[in-house]
Design a binder for this molecule. Structure first.
Ligand code: ADP
Length: 695
């Protein structure tokens, strides 16, 4: 039954041997029957045959384990083998001493029984210790030490039995038959072999299944054999015979397990030894396969989900494209691309494909325009080509970067930074505007307050009876009222002009006029005021006449604004230069001063509206910061431009460049056509209202 199961579990390997096995079993059954027959015929021959049978198997176990050790390195078998060698030796002594067969009765009476006990004891110890190597296959086995130990123990016990008779107690007595010691020993041996059965059962996974079953059966028969030996009285009685028959059966199964397996299936034996290692290796292999397959899945995933297009080309044809490449080339699936020639995708058909391939391994990406599969659309990409082995054959891997995407990203980036800049500009504008309105309200309130205070003071003085005091105060207060009124007018007219510029209502009244005389007149008109502040003003020109179409009112405001700034930011003993340069097609008007200058970082915003260079600086010099922006607007309305050079501490230079334009419907060339004297004085007083107390 058991063997059939074994056969089923290893059908391919054992089928050929089945017949041999069956024959062996038959022979064995014959042997058992023969032994029983011999027992009835002659007990000694029965005993001798049974023991020799066991000895041959014990010798076989030793031979097999010893000779296969160099291949199997199986310490379990090796230990069993060494143990059985000594069991064999003692059993041989037992066999030949049985019934005074060969050894003389000069020795102890129960010589054969004592030798039997020693042999069984050695056998039990051998089994028990051998499990160490089954449970812990890596435990080192020192064969020589084990051999010497067995030799010493066996020698000691044999010497005791044969010579000294002092250590082992009698096992069988002439009168009473087997002693209690012998009976107890057999019980202990039975128990020991039961333990061996259990130990083997728990270690069943560590050995070949068929070997386990055969060894287990062998051990079970050993247990029953030992129990049978507890019962006999005379060694020729039935219990003794049954004990021996069971022992022979036990050895037969051991023979089947160890010797037959060892001889007929040596590789299976090796497998048993290396089973754990092989299992470990198998586990590693499965694990590695899993890792590799997971890696492959991972690579596939990475390749397929790469943001770059990946195309594999062999023999000028596409053999693979990832999903990004599919969408870049406008393909629905791989079949739209597979086996298509690369040239079909080149927008510029003159491109030399060979040169591209030759240039593979170059790390640089190059730009190219590709045709999509529908042939109507194109896509700009960057590509790089690398040689690879694809499915065992050489191929080229082409990486494609979608430039449209990059372009779009770059566009969005620049759009974003533009918007950010606009936002910060608008924030800054808001800040400046808020500041401007707070300045403006201050600038508006200050002269009004001054005027109001002056009027209130006049009202008080008028009530006073001291007329002289009143008329003295009247003049002084009138001047204050006048100057502050000018300041208000300047500010309000600047604001009005500013809104006119914004709404496009500021118009020029152009007339062909001599710009030199206009500028010279204005300079002279303010000369008196400027010099009164201790600042010298010098006018210089390289031409006396330069006719161009200008709005003299605006030119006057421009020059007055520049001069009032120059005066504002100069101190006593500084100088102001007004220079005119004829540049044929244009004329340059330069207003230079040796005043405090303008810090470099502020120069670029000086013409922007509300650009008070430095609050701390400008707040003590009144001004709204509209002047220069209006100047710039008015110059630009003339088609000209204005620039500034300045160095802090050294002074500033404003350069106006006006183009020489003439208008046709100007009937007469009005030279020096200026505003009336009073009007000019008003303009000066208005423009210089921040600077002077009006006399
Ligand atoms: P406002 O209308 O208040 O006079 P402007 O627009 O004319 O203002 O001038 C703007 C700012 O430019 C001034 O507040 C001053 O800081 C600076 N600025 C203009 N001209 C000069 C100059 N000649 N020297 C030094 N700073 C100057």
């Amino acid at each position: 039954m058991e063997l059939e199961e074994i056969d089923k579990s290893k059908p391919s390997k054992l089928t050929k041997s089945n017949k041999i096995y069956n024959a062996q079993h038959l022979v064995f059954i014959g042997v058992i029957i023969g032994l029983i027959y011999l027992y009835n015929f002659n007990y000694y021959i029965f005993h001798g045959t049974a023991e020799i049978f066991s000895c041959i198997i014990a010798g076989g176990i030793f031979m097999i384990s010893f000779s296969t050790y160099q291949f199997t390195k199986n310490n379990f078998f090796m230990f069993l083998g060494i143990g059985y060698l000594f069991v064999l030796v003692v059993d041989v002594f037992h066999t030949v001493s049985f019934g005074d067969l060969l050894l003389s009765t000069h020795f102890v009476y129960d010589l054969d029984t004592r030798l039997w006990v020693v042999a069984r004891g050695l056998e039990l110890i051998t089994f028990l210790f051998s499990f160490i190597y089954l449970y812990k296959p890596n435990t080192k086995l020192n064969g020589y030490l084990v051999f010497i130990s067995y030799f010493a123990v066996t020698l000691f016990l044999c010497l005791d039995i044969f010579i000294f008779d002092s250590f082992l107690p009698p096992m069988r007595l002439k009168e009473t038959g087997i002693t209690n010691v012998k009976v107890y020993f057999e019980y202990v041996a039975s128990l020991g072999f039961i333990i061996c059965c259990l130990l083997l059962y728990f270690a069943r996974k560590k050995i070949d299944k068929s070997l386990f079953i055969l060894l287990e059966i062998s051990l079970i028969f050993k247990v029953f054999s030992e129990l049978a030996f507890t019962l006999y009285f005379s060694f020729t009685d039935h219990y003794n015979m049954v004990g021996h028959i069971l022992k022979v059966i036990s050895y037969y199964f051991a023979y089947m397990g160890i010797i037959v397996n060892g001889l007929q299936r040596p590789f299976e034996m090796i497998k048993i030894e290396n089973d754990n290692k092989i299992k470990e290796k198998e586990k590693q292999r499965i694990y590695m396969e899993e890792v590799i397959s997971q890696n492959e899945l991972c690579y596939d995933w990475i390749i397929d989900n790469s943001s770059n297009g990946i195309v594999i080309v062999r023999g000028g044809k596409l053999v693979y494209a990832n999903s990004t490449a599919l969408s870049m080339l406008g393909a629905k699936d791989l079949y739209d691309l597979i086996d298509k020639a690369v040239t079909e995708f080149l927008f510029d058909s003159s491109i030399d494909l060979k040169a591209i391939v030759d240039d593979s391994e170059s790390p640089n990406f190059k730009e190219i325009t590709l045709l999509k599969v529908n042939n109507n659309e194109t896509i700009d990409v960057e590509y790089s080509v690398n040689r690879i082995t694809y499915r065992g054959n050489p191929a080229h891997l082409v990486l494609l970067k979608n430039l449209e995407l990059y372009k779009e990203i770059n566009y969005l980036r620049s759009y974003l930074s533009e918007k950010k800049a606009e936002l910060s500009k608008s924030k800054e504008y808001n800040r400046v505007l808020t500041e401007f309105f707070s300045n403006i309200s201050h600038d508006l309130k200050t002269p009004i307050n001054v005027i109001l205070s002056a009027v209130q003071l006049l009202a008080i003085k008028k009530e006073s009876e001291n007329y002289e005091d009143f008329s003295m105060q009247l003049n002084k207060l009138m001047k204050i009222i006048k100057q502050n009124s000018y300041r208000l007018i300047r500010l309000v007219s600047n604001l009005i002009d500013m809104s006119k510029v914004d709404s496009g209502f500021l118009k020029l009244e152009l007339k062909n006029q001599n710009i030199v005389s206009i500028v010279e007149d204005i300079t002279q008109s303010v000369g008196e005021y400027i010099r009164a502040k201790g600042v010298n003003i010098i006018f210089d020109t390289d031409t006396e006449e330069k006719i161009l179409a200008v709005d003299s009112d605006k030119i006057e405001r421009i020059i007055l604004n520049l001069l009032s700034n120059a005066v504002k930011f100069t101190d006593k003993e500084d100088e102001i230069f007004v220079t005119i340069q004829d540049e044929d097609n244009s004329v340059k008007i330069i207003v230079r001063d040796t005043g405090i200058g303008i810090p470099e970082e502020k120069l670029r915003i000086i013409f922007e509206r509300f650009s008070q260079v430095e609050n701390s600086l400008t707040r003590n010099k009144d001004g709204s910061g509209i002047g220069l922006s209006l100047v710039k607007s008015m110059i630009e309305m003339h088609g000209g431009k204005i620039s500034v050079n300045s160095q802090e501490g050294l002074g500033s230079e404003f350069i106006i460049e006006l183009p020489v334009n003439l208008i046709e419907d100007n009937n007469e060339c009005e030279q020096g056509q200026n505003l009336g004297t009073n009007s000019r004085i008003d303009s000066i007083l208005i423009e210089f209202s921040d600077i002077y107390s009006i006399n």
